[in-house]
Design a protein around this ligand. Structure first.
Ligand SMILES: Nc1ncnc2c1ncn2[C@@H]1O[C@H](COP(=O)(O)OP(=O)(O)OP(=O)(O)O)[C@@H](O)[C@H]1O
Ligand SMILES: [Mg+2]
Length: 356
């Protein structure tokens, strides 16, 4: 490829390169480098391209995978050499070239909430919602003022798990036009499910999801809380990104199942939270026993984060979920309840909570 073909090298502007970077997904994820806000600097001269990315990752294969993906996207624009510099976000120098606004510029802390923690997993059906509910109830037993936010816009399940299927008819707005949380077994709680009506969020475009999550995450009149536990939809899509950009998250709890495929998805979720600058507080292994065990421990040590504990596979949990009476209300002293208690104690300690 020649850099003397005026037409081709003339086309190689930082804008065109940045457009090309919009087609490059972060390795293992579906989101592109530009919308993650990772592109710090782009320069082009005579077919030579320099790109600086701000990336924090524990995965040593990421720089090379990024370089391969970027090189694959650029040649059609006439690039002869590509110099890729990867810097950790905190150390990144102020961007000298930027056409999109900083996606984090708008992030706020919720005034009455000390810690917002998200419960996520790459994979569906591993027990995120069950863990979110029982973790919040167990944190309350630890003495923390806990609340629950169901941000699973694609399949909100907390209304069922908490026996609040009629929640939509009970929700009220405050005088300041904030949503008043409902009472769920003693915890303040709000679900996207109360507001979805017949609309199908599966067809929402990214800006709609982002706007809805932002309004929802910020628009609730939470009482003073030590911790707000947020239940996320499965996967590494728009909701966690929008949530992390809307409110400051203290951390994320990753739920995995024993099989290896679930563990691989858990790693992806952890990678996503790290890319979003959200610390991973630890890994919970759910439904341990029947499908084997140990994946949670392995994933946690690979990610160098705490292993928070395992919840046994317990068929009664399904029944409790269907009846809307969580394990931590019905059977706090069962083996399953005690497992949630231990995990909550560890999470509380990580958040700096000390029982007096
Ligand atoms: N420890 C457990 N033992 C037995 N069944 C469990 C356990 N934890 C969760 N379940 C059951 O597994 C199913 C999926 O759980 P849950 O809805 O919490 O998963 P999820 O990851 O939130 O799913 P989704 O991805 O659809 O949001 C439910 O029927 C639930 O009752
Ligand atoms: Mg769920």
């Amino acid at each position: 490829m020649s850099d003397y073909t005026g037409v081709v090298s003339g086309a190689l502007t930082p804008e065109r390169i940045k457009d090309a970077l919009k087609t490059v997904a972060f390795p293992g994820l579906t989101r592109d480098l530009v919308s993650f806000g990772m592109v710090q600097h782009v320069a082009a001269c005579d077919g030579r391209v320099k790109i600086r990315l701000a990336v924090r990752t524990a995965d040593e294969s990421i720089p090379e995978r990024l370089a391969t993906a970027i090189e694959g996207a650029l040649p059609p624009l006439g690039a002869t050499t590509v110099a890729l510099e990867i810097v950790p976000p905190a150390a990144a120098p102020a961007p000298t070239w930027q056409t999109v606004p900083d996606p984090w510029a708008d992030q706020v802390s919720l005034a009455s909430v000390r810690h917002v923690i998200a419960v996520g997993a790459g994979k569906g059906g591993v027990g995120k919602s069950t863990v979110a509910v029982n973790l919040a109830l167990a944190l309350a037993r630890e003495g923390l003022r806990a609340g629950l936010l169901d941000a699973d816009i694609y399949g909100p399940s907390l209304p069922i798990l908490l026996g609040l299927e009629d929640g939509a008819s009970k929700v009220r707005m405050s005088a300041e036009k904030h949503i008043e949380p409902l009472d769920a077994h003693g915890l303040p709680m709000i679900s996207f499910g109360f507001f979805l009506g017949e609309g199908s969020p599966a067809v929402w475009h990214r800006p709609m999801v982002s706007k809805a999550v932002k309004q929802f995450a910020r628009g609730v009149a939470w009482p003073a809380l030590d911790v707000l536990v947020v239940d996320l939809p499965p996967g590494t899509g728009d909701v966690p990104l929008s949530l992390a950009q809307a409110v400051a998250l203290s951390g994320a709890v990753i739920v995995t199942q024993p099989p290896r495929v679930a563990a691989a998805e858990a790693r992806k979720a952890a990678e996503m939270f790290r890319a979003l600058e959200v610390p991973v507080l630890g890994v919970v292994e759910n439904m341990s026993g029947v499908f084997g065990r140990g994946a949670g421990h392995t994933v946690a040590s690979e990610l160098a984060v705490p292993f928070l504990g395992e919840i046994p596979f317990d068929p009664t949990v399904v029944d409790e979920g269907d009846r809307g009476t969580p394990t931590m209300r019905e059977r706090a002293d069962s083996a399953t309840g005690l497992a949630f208690d231990r995990i909550a104690a560890t999470v509380a300690a990580i958040l700096g909570w000390r029982r007096i």
